[in-house]
Write a protein that binds this ligand. Structure first.
Ligand SMILES: Cc1cc2nc3c(=O)[nH]c(=O)nc-3n(C[C@H](O)[C@H](O)[C@H](O)COP(=O)(O)OP(=O)(O)OC[C@H]3O[C@@H](n4cnc5c(N)ncnc54)[C@H](O)[C@@H]3O)c2cc1C
Ligand code: FES
Length: 350
């Protein structure tokens, strides 16, 4: 068993053989930011100040040569090689705040509901002990074999006493696990879920207005956060800006209408990027946002969806004064990002 020491708090956690630094911290409840768990997004980057570690395979765009040189590493892939590894992360009073993840928890698919032409919703009930999670977190689901690997899916519901969770899955063309979920998993099936993971969680004590931006099934963690916040009586204005290609891609409209009636501080604004419909906004988030809000300097901002959408949303929010410390993002990074061939490789092809 190796030890991970966290500075400046001086706290220590055990790291089991084969575990990454991220897994060791998660098991101890520490909220080290993470997203792709595959060395592709850079969320889990920290500086290692003492000890040796095996970085594993990561993308240069997530960890540059200069950052490696300066001692930084991606903790989702890093495994300690020395008995002790000291990392710089968190504050002097850093303490555990997450529920330690559990692996292969059995859930029964009690409902499977097509939501849009490409998004299917799965309602899952645990067979035994519920999985405890914070709204906004994600779980890993897979078919238990190499052909259907574990993938991350955000929980779309707030915690419920019976442990029911809802997932909303977009079918990705040629995607192993999303296709399996859409085409093979059926009501009554038993599936294995691991988690919870992730730090896309709201601060229940926050007293700012909130702007949420989501595209496609990026709505899932936003629904979980919003449901939990509205349920506990959050009174500041909450705007949910949802980007969809067509009207058929806008889902949960009934729930949105209900929340708007019940909670006067909640507003749902869908915008369509590929068609125009009477009474609906049209255009990308970057164009629509400045027409709805002009000053985000005091807003908490939550953005979820594809990495490109998240980047665009973040830039649009910052252009309106949003502060970095109040912007929270969940980019749906693919587990194995597409490899873009270099121009010379393209030219070399016959
Ligand atoms: C923190 C987190 C939360 C997530 N939450 C959700 C969620 O709630 N709902 C959801 O549907 N997905 C979510 N995802 C994405 C999900 O984990 C998978 O990446 C996605 O379902 C594709 O997996 P797959 O096995 O079907 O495709 P793979 O077999 O991994 O990929 C097949 C091909 O498709 C490409 N690809 C993969 N994903 C995408 C994509 N999204 N768009 C375009 N091309 C892609 C890959 O680069 C590859 O070339 C989340 C991802 C992360 C990191
Ligand atoms: S690079 Fe570590 S979580 Fe993405």
């Amino acid at each position: 068993m190796r030890r991970i020491r966290i500075e400046p708090s001086g706290r220590e956690v055990d790291c089991a053989e084969g575990d990454t630094v991220l897994q060791a911290l998660e098991k101890a409840g520490y909220a080290l930011p993470n997203n792709c768990r595959a060395g592709a997004c850079g969320e889990c980057k920290v500086r290692v100040v003492d000890g040796r570690f095996d970085q594993g395979m990561v993308l240069d765009m997530a960890l540059s040569a200069e950052e490696r040189e300066a001692g930084f590493g991606l903790m989702c892939m890093a495994k300690p090689l020395s008995d002790a590894l000291t990392i710089e992360w968190g504050t002097a009073d850093a303490r555990p705040k997450l529920f330690p993840p559990r692996e292969n928890v059995s859930f029964v698919v009690v409902e499977k509901i097509p939501r849009t032409p490409s998004i299917c919703e799965f309602v899952l009930k645990p067979v035994a002990q519920p999985l405890r999670f914070w709204p906004g977190q994600y779980v890993m689901v897979g078919g238990g074999r190499a052909a259907i690997p574990d993938r991350s899916y955000s929980i779309a519901s707030a915690p419920k006493p019976d442990g029911e969770i809802v997932l909303q899955v977009t079918k990705v063309d040629g995607g192993a696990t999303s296709t399996w979920l859409h085409e093979q998993v059926k009501v009554g099936d038993l599936i294995r879920v691991s988690g919870p993971y992730g730090t896309f969680i709201g601060d229940p004590s926050v007293e700012t207005p909130v702007l949420c931006m989501a595209a496609g099934s990026g709505l899932a963690p936003i629904l979980s956060l919003a449901e939990a916040a509205l349920r506990r009586g959050f009174a500041k204005p909450v705007m949910l800006l949802f980007s969809a290609r067509t009207e058929a891609d806008v889902y949960d409209r009934g729930l949105m209408a209900y929340w708007q009636m019940k909670h006067r501080n909640f507003r749902f604004v869908p915008t369509l990027t590929r068609e125009q419909k009477p009474g609906m906004r049209h255009g990308r988030i970057t164009d629509v946002l400045p027409k709805l809000l002009t000053d985000l300097s005091a807003h908490s901002v939550f953005i979820a969806g594809s990495p490109a959408f998240v980047d665009a949303g973040k830039a649009a929010a910052k252009a309106l004064g949003a502060q970095d410390g109040l912007i929270h993002t969940e980019g749906y990074y693919p587990r194995y990002p597409p490899i873009t061939p270099k121009p010379e490789q393209l030219l070399a092809r016959p």
